[in-house]
Design a protein around this ligand. Structure first.
Ligand code: PLP
Length: 391
């Protein structure tokens, strides 16, 4: 029995809908991603957005145990939450922090991204030493100082209260095979290296430089750097089914989502179900009511047969419109389904599985969005679950 099976057999999963986390899969992904790291490079996992829906504290704790000692998050509050739960190592805040948040950065020992020259001066004006990494814009045109502004970048090293511990840029088309995108990524790598070397030549040395995200590490490890800011790959999928299938390393999904069957209804031909009466029974139909809805992160775009779930290893289509808290599935082909049964919304059941990238494709988005929007209301049973004794 796997740990997950054991926990389910122990009957502790009593929620209406929940997330199960596979700690072994996370450790496996860390191990395989580490084999790809260029020399002098370590993982800096992206645990922003509650670790892409996996739970930031659970994920960072596991990663600390696996020897990971650098993290990146989107906001100072996310960093503070990790510190409150005893997470060790450096925590880089990738996004903007308002000056009213500077004391939080200081108190929690967080590292702030310098988003541009004016922001560097605001950080310095705080008057107490803050650790920073300098963001460099090499073509994404999101955060960071333009790579051509060497004087402005150099000036940041002269500011008394900034402890510059690193410099980084972000790749924006590293997941694309189009020749012009491959050229773009290589050019981003080249100008970033020139910036780092140019600063060094001017006596402005940065201990750490980094640019790889998941796609970067998987496809352009030769671009190097001291950290790989890996997010989506760590969680065991890539953004699209194509990317996931083409990925040459065997990643394993960490997260599953399950939902309880609350009731089963029989409809006669001609009857309808759900909002807008969007489902019409053409034959005698059995519908199972699942206790999960779009407020739990099940995209409403999967309504009316666009999406499906797994019950007893069989795929059953979503019937009618997904509601905020519930969804209907057509279980006419599965006569044994009964209230209390469990449907797999994401993850494996028997020989079948629904990956986040598969669900994402049907909902016209990417895995990252599907995962990061989970969990607002779903119970993550990991903590109590893992503590249940074996057998
Ligand atoms: C979110 C983010 C990452 C992680 O990206 P993945 O594609 O999930 O690996 C890395 N760097 C920055 C700046 C980010 O915002």
């Amino acid at each position: 029995m796997t740990t997950m099976d054991r926990n389910e057999a122990a009957g502790v999963l009593t929620s209406r809908a929940w997330i199960t986390l596979d700690r072994d899969a996370l450790a496996h992904n860390v191990a395989v991603l580490r084999t790809l790291l260029p020399p002098d490079c370590t993982l800096m996992p992206a645990v922003k957005a509650d670790a892409y829906g996996h739970g930031a504290v659970w994920t960072a704790r596991e990663l600390n145990r696996l020897g990971v000692d650098a993290f990146c998050v989107a906001t100072a509050e996310e960093g503070a939450q990790l510190r409150e739960h005893g997470i060790r190592g450096s925590i880089l805040v990738l996004g903007y922090t308002h000056p009213t948040g500077f004391p939080l950065l200081e108190r929690c020992g967080l590292t702030q991204t310098v988003v541009d020259g004016a922001y560097a001066r605001r950080l310095n004006a705080y008057g107490r030493t803050l650790s920073v990494h300098i963001g460099v814009d090499t073509g994404m045109h999101r955060l960071g100082t333009d790579w051509e502004q060497m004087e402005r970048l150099c000036a940041m090293f002269q500011l008394d209260h900034l402890r510059v511990e690193g410099i980084f840029t972000h790749l924006c088309v590293a997941d694309s095979d189009a020749p012009e995108d491959r050229d773009f990524t290589r050019r981003q790598g080249k100008v970033f290296r020139e910036v780092v070397e140019g600063l060094k030549a001017r006596g402005a040395s940065c201990p750490k430089a980094h640019l790889l995200n998941s796609a970067g590490l998987l496809r352009y490890p030769e671009l190097g750097g001291n950290y790989a800011r890996v997010g989506i790959a760590l969680y065991g999928v890539l953004s699209t089914p194509g990317d996931t299938d083409r990925c040459k390393v065997p990643l394993r999904p960490v997260l599953s989502v399950k939902a309880r069957v609350a009731a089963v209804k029989t409809l006669q031909p001609g009857e309808s179900a759900g909002y807008g009466r969007a489902f019409h029974a053409e034959r005698k139909t059995r519908l199972a009511v699942l206790s999960i809805g779009y407020a739990d992160g099940l995209p409403r775009a999967l309504s009316c047969g666009v999406g499906s779930v797994l019950i007893d290893g069989q795929s059953v289509p979503i019937a009618g419109r997904i509601c905020m808290d519930q969804a209907l599935v057509d279980v006419t082909g599965l006569p044994s389904v009964a209230p209390g049964d469990v449907a797999v919304v994401l993850g494996a059941s028997g020989d079948r599985s629904i990956r986040a990238c598969d669900m994402a494709k049907r909902a016209h988005t990417i895995s990252n969005e599907i995962l990061s929007r989970l969990g607002a209301r779903l119970k993550s049973e990991n903590q109590s679950v893992w503590d249940v004794p074996a057998g």
